[in-house]
Design a binder for this molecule. Structure first.
Ligand code: NAI
Length: 337
């Protein structure tokens, strides 16, 4: 039996995921879509033979939808995740789980009251073969005890709506999640350091780049550069320094060309292609679990909460002038172990 999925939000990644679920992922069908832009919504519904809903909650509560995917803009995530929990349906929510810590707390309370985990957050880097290999290398002790991480997240360019806060809560949140997963560790403090402003991304309300500094329980120090306007491509880097050696996230394979006394390799322009394999593996895994009545295996609502809480503390830190702040994480409930 195919899992009948309802997708709420048909922007860039919503459309990508609808296509992926329809053409690539097995065992599922996009049965319904919802979008505030009715013209776009009806067009996509027609293309994929899905039912169109103007209202996301109506889609979630419809009997023809067995599982929900939330790909709206960030502020609408929490509302649809809550509606899916109330409807007792598995829900895949693109990151971030919510924009506010209180909304994440409400979600984890509601999920625990429901008594089973139904929420997966779209932190797809956990499924990326490069990050998987890096984690395996660390686990096998090949570089000894990790001490330092140097990471960077560079977007080619940013939307007109980008702000300093979003730079951490929307882009930086990927790094916050994947590094605690990679190191199997939790953050204890953080701070944001602001270098000289880029002239390319100069815009009222946007400090770019920013450097997030984090310290973990085991004492690992992490620096992550977040840049919204590299101008040259979408570039994700991660180097872990251990006491026996270092390990680096591989760049995606690219043919090296030598011409005219130059040696070049291409750099991907965006997240769509850079993490295409991760998205494919992630969604197949989510569908397989939901279809078989299993709890999701990817990032949980708890992980979404911790990422949001950490991003919130870092945001406060930047607003207050950049001094390091303690990150007080609550005890993880047994439900999420
Ligand atoms: P987008 O702005 O292209 O699309 C958002 C869509 O949601 C728009 O079509 C908008 O009309 C629709 N929408 C907004 N509120 C809605 C509501 N209440 N009900 C129904 N539709 C609604 O944004 P994009 O790039 O597609 O991002 C969507 C989400 O996915 C964001 O939360 C973003 O953080 C996340 N994302 C995750 C990525 C990843 O690597 N995992 C990559 C890109 C985006």
């Amino acid at each position: 039996m195919e899992l009948r999925i309802g997708v709420v939000g048909l922007g860039a990644i919503g459309r990508d995921h609808v296509q992926r679920l329809s053409r690539r992922i097995t065992g599922c069908k996009v049965a319904a879509v919802a979008e505030v832009n009715e013209k776009v919504g009806r067009e996509i519904a027609g293309q994929y033979d899905a039912k169109f809903y103007a209202d996301g909650e109506e889609l979630i509560n419809s009997p023809e939808v067995q599982a929900v995917m939330v790909t709206t803009w960030d502020p609408a995530h929490a509302q649809y995740v809550m509606a899916s929990i109330k409807a007792n349906k598995p829900v895949f929510c693109e990151k971030p789980l919510a924009t506010e810590v209180e909304a994440c707390e409400e979600i984890i309370r509601a999920e625990q009251e429901l008594g089973r985990r139904v929420v997966q957050v779209g932190f797809m880097r956990r499924y990326d073969p490069g990050y998987q290999e890096l984690k395996k290398t660390i686990r096998e002790g090949k570089i000894g005890q990790p001490m330092i991480v140097h990471a960077c997240h560079r977007n080619m360019s940013h939307a007109a709506t980008m702000t300093s806060e979003m730079s951490i809560k929307n882009s930086g949140v990927h790094e916050i999640d994947v590094l605690r997963w990679l190191l199997e560790d939790e953050y204890v403090s953080g701070q944001v350091v602001l270098p000289r402003q880029s002239r390319i991304s100069a815009k009222e309300g946007l400090q770019d780049p920013q450097i997030m500094m984090l310290r973990t329980q085991k004492g690992i120090c992490i620096d992550v550069e977040i840049s919204q306007s590299s101008g040259y491509g979408y570039d994700i880097q991660c180097e872990v320094v251990g006491d026996l050696g270092t390990a680096r996230l591989p760049d995606p394979p690219s043919v090296a060309t030598k011409t005219n006394c130059s040696h070049t390799t291409a750099i991907m322009p965006d997240w769509q292609n850079r993490f295409i394999e991760a998205y494919n593996i992630e969604l197949q895994d989510w569908v397989d679990h939901a279809r078989n009545g299993l709890e999701p295996a990817g990032a949980s609502a708890w992980d979404g909460y911790i990422a949001c809480l950490t991003a919130h503390v870092l945001g406060q830190c930047r607003a207050e002038g950049g001094m390091a702040k303690e990150i007080k994480l609550p005890q993880r409930p047994g439900f999420y172990c």
